[in-house]
Design a protein around this ligand. Structure first.
Ligand SMILES: *[C@@H]1O[C@H](CO)[C@@H](O)[C@H](O)[C@H]1NC(C)=O
Length: 270
């Protein structure tokens, strides 16, 4: 009961700072790949599943480990689509030569830890045009984003999740979200499952949703990638249709965590 009251208080505080909810990712607006050129779509054959990745170098894409687990270690089931604004169409498709999951990944429970994977592509993404570019990654030990930092998350996933099924956009969607300070994340997610290698962000109706897993969370001011979309407390995003879980900010793998950032640097030299 006490924790419910604290949660309500936290949700009210977040809403008071951020204002009223908007709709459509959830609470987003349609955008173009040129605004997010470091994004790629990751499509899993036969499952209809997809997720979102970040271009680290022309040959390495960062995403969540839970995203690629859908392919059940079959590399040929994974396609990476670069340079496309449209969902599941356009741009260029790339095959995957190898998947490297973070060595401390634990995805046996509903709340994965060190939920990060790197995909090595067979060919290189052409970053000479406006529709593809290397991302800027947070540095090891960077401070967490705080209230004053606005964040962006983008993807081709559901614009809403509700009991009637999910609704998908035709083009890339982006939402602007508030960062949530660590002590509030620990409060609402419970400290035992919200680890130092995680961040939480978002507010009622502004969130990543089904098939946006792995999406980068970037700071609006520096465009540094600070997080990788990982999990939701009730397995559902905060969209207007998913009443009851609205106050919970989503959880991201923290890119600036020393063990995550060192692993990325060791594999990609970035
Ligand atoms: C992995 O996570 C599960 C479920 O949360 C937990 O029971 C288990 O102890 C964890 N394993 C390790 C090696 O930490």
């Amino acid at each position: 009961m006490d924790s419910q009251i604290r949660l309500l208080w936290a949700a009210a505080a977040v809403l008071a700072v951020w204002g009223t909810p908007a709709r459509g990712i959830s609470g987003g607006h349609s955008t173009a790949i040129e605004k997010f050129p470091y994004l790629v779509a990751i499509e899993i054959a036969n499952t209809g599943g997809s997720c979102v990745g970040t271009i680290v170098t022309e040959q390495w894409v960062l995403t969540s480990a839970h995203c690629v687990s859908q392919a059940k270690d079959k590399l040929e089931a994974i396609s990476v689509r670069s340079e496309a604004t449209t969902r599941h169409a356009g741009g260029k498709l790339h095959s995957v030569a190898a998947v490297e999951k973070h060595p401390k990944l634990n995805n046996t429970g509903p709340f994965p830890t060190y939920d990060a994977a790197l995909l090595r592509l067979k060919d290189k993404i052409d970053t000479s045009g406006a529709a593809a570019a290397r991302a800027t990654l947070a540095k090891a030990g960077d401070d967490d984003p705080d209230w004053q930092h606005k964040l962006l998350v983008a993807g081709w996933g559901a614009v809403s999740e509700d009991y009637d099924g999910n609704e998908y956009p035709e083009v890339l969607m982006a939402a602007r979200l508030p960062a949530v300070p660590r002590h509030l994340c620990e409060l609402v997610q419970t400290k035992s499952r919200f680890l130092p290698s995680m961040l939480c962000a978002g507010v009622y109706g502004k969130d990543w949703c089904e098939n946006d897993g792995g999406a980068p969370l970037v700071r609006e001011d520096t465009r540094a990638v600070v997080g990788i979309a990982s999990w939701h407390a009730f397995g559902q995003c905060s969209s207007p249709g998913s009443a009851g879980v609205a106050g919970y900010p989503a959880v991201y793998t923290k890119v600036g965590d020393k063990e995550i950032r060192k692993w990325i640097a060791d594999k990609t030299w970035v």
